[in-house]
Design a binder for this molecule. Structure first.
Ligand SMILES: Cc1cc2nc3c(=O)[nH]c(=O)nc-3n(C[C@H](O)[C@H](O)[C@H](O)COP(=O)(O)OP(=O)(O)OC[C@H]3O[C@@H](n4cnc5c(N)ncnc54)[C@H](O)[C@@H]3O)c2cc1C
Length: 456
């Protein structure tokens, strides 16, 4: 009989985003030994701030930035670390560009005409009603799940709107939530997101209501500091060898043996790891069905937020062009002034791999919305998340039709000693920072709940 070498730690966590760091923290608190392997030279994953001014809090968020009511985990962590929140800037008028014609308006709903607004109110009620009927933790088990999972969001919306402004508005809203086109996303996935947020209004508005002073990347940074040398950077896991009761993660320079692993990677990246033995067919099939959206965040910096003195709040929404949504993303001090342009889903296809052309298109759009001063920025900070090798898309992955009802239950089912976390596996706020934290807590709890939960 061969004796197995002793494990290096109880649990190896792959990925030092919010999910992985939360899981590691929970396991550490319960007395387990944990090592987090992270491919990048930083922690935080899809949470990334870049400095833009002299003060420590002068940052712009290139990844996640907003939180809102009901996201109690991320808000509790911010409060624990003494990170204040502040409201997104909304004072003044917004800009609506329809067929190239500009209109200014107040409030959250663009002036699309009473007919469109009445249609939107009806559609929102219908969406809220369908969403509220879904079981929160397992929407794919709803009585009508198969029917709802058979349509894309676009097919469902278009069948109820025809070629109208309401259709344009809904397309825009869905693309903003996912960074993917409504033609790609299952209606059931969208309804589950609405269910998780509480209502369509909460998903489209409230979830974007708060920002973090100094940026949300302080949160993973603080979690990692507490974990000390338990977090190893520049350690991209290439392969995972597993058997009942133990697992070894291999990087280019390290092989780490543990009793359990938690994988927190975006699903398409988890699918690219080499598993030995191979993953069960059902898990592999699931991983083949969770593509990432594609989004570039382009933060354009000006000496000051010049649009505010013109009575504008920096929000713009458009029905055509590369940039359909813009927000004021200035730090609380208003210095520098920042306009954040989203290039989301297929609207960015012409620019994938061509940042200079994308940035020119962004400046052209901003000048159209806010006038000539928008064409003279101090600098531009852009991140194309589809081009990030350790993320490969954003904001997260989504389910095309059929995937949830076929494989929903597999999302969190462990494979031998391998447990799954990451925002995509969350029952609450999947796709958000809140979901990432919830998923890390759940994966840690799974391991701790096992009979004689592993200890070295
Ligand atoms: C542009 C953008 C805007 C967003 N805006 C918001 C927002 O406003 N509010 C909000 O709540 N959420 C937002 N999100 C979503 C939010 O950022 C994510 O839901 C959350 O950060 C995901 O955390 P995670 O730990 O699940 O995954 P990740 O953050 O992706 O962490 C996974 C980690 O694994 C690492 N990794 C990958 N491959 C390997 C490997 N082979 N070996 C080792 N490590 C590896 C990665 O480097 C990464 O650090 C946004 C996301 C993007 C991209």
């Amino acid at each position: 009989m061969t004796t197995q070498p002793a494990p290096d730690c109880d649990v190896v966590v792959v990925g030092a985003g919010l999910a992985g760091l939360t899981a590691a923290r929970r396991l550490r608190e319960a007395g387990r030994t944990v090592v987090v392997l992270e491919a990048r030279d930083r922690v935080g994953g899809r949470v990334l701030d870049v400095p833009v001014g002299p003060g420590p809090g002068d940052v712009v968020e290139q990844g996640a930035q907003w939180a809102g009511p009901g996201q109690h985990r991320i808000l509790a962590l911010a409060s624990e670390f003494g990170i204040a929140t502040f409201p997104s800037y909304t004072q003044g008028e917004s800009v609506l560009a329809l067929a190239g014609r500009l209109r200014r308006y107040r409030g959250t709903v663009p002036p699309l005409g009473w007919w469109t607004l009445a249609g939107y109110a009806r559609m929102a009620r219908r969406i809220d009603s369908l969403a509220s009927g879904l079981p929160a933790a397992a929407p794919w088990r709803a009585a009508r799940a198969r029917e709802l999972d058979a349509h894309t969001v676009a097919a469902w919306v278009h069948a109820r709107t025809g070629a109208s402004r309401l259709r344009l508005f809904m397309d825009l809203a869905v693309r903003m939530v996912y960074g993917a086109d409504p033609e790609e996303i299952s209606l059931l996935d969208f309804l589950a997101a609405v269910r998780a947020a509480g209502s369509l209004g909460a998903l489209l508005d409230d979830a974007q209501s708060l920002r973090f002073a100094g940026g949300p990347a302080q949160i993973p940074a603080r979690l990692a500091t507490d974990l000390g040398d338990g977090v190893r950077l520049r350690q991209a896991v290439r392969s995972v060898h597993w058997a009942p009761g133990h697992v070894t993660a291999h990087t280019d320079t390290l092989s780490l043996r543990a009793r359990r692993a938690i994988l927190t990677l975006p699903p398409p990246l988890a699918a690219r790891l080499l598993f030995s033995p191979p993953l069960p067919a059902v898990r592999d099939q699931l991983l083949q069905r969770l593509p990432m959206g594609s989004v570039s965040k382009v933060n354009v910096l000006y000496e000051r937020p010049f649009w505010r003195s013109a009575g504008l709040n920096g929000f713009a929404v458009a029905d055509r062009g590369t940039v359909r949504t813009v927000v004021d993303n200035s730090p609380p001090s208003g210095r520098p002034g920042v306009l954040l342009a989203f290039v989301a889903g297929s609207h960015g296809d012409d620019f994938l791999g061509d940042p200079p052309t994308r940035d020119r298109a962004v400046l052209h759009a901003l000048t159209g919305f806010f006038g000539p001063p928008a064409g003279e920025p101090v600098s531009i900070h852009a991140t194309d998340w589809a081009a990030e090798p350790w993320t490969r898309g954003g904001y997260g992955s989504y389910s095309p039709p059929g995937a949830l009802t076929r494989f929903g239950d597999e999302r969190i089912r462990p494979v031998g000693p391998i447990h799954w976390a990451g925002t995509e596996t969350a029952a609450e706020w999947p796709g958000y920072m809140e979901g990432a934290i919830a998923s890390g807590e759940r994966a840690a709890a799974e391991i701790l709940a096992e009979a004689n939960g592993p200890t070295t």
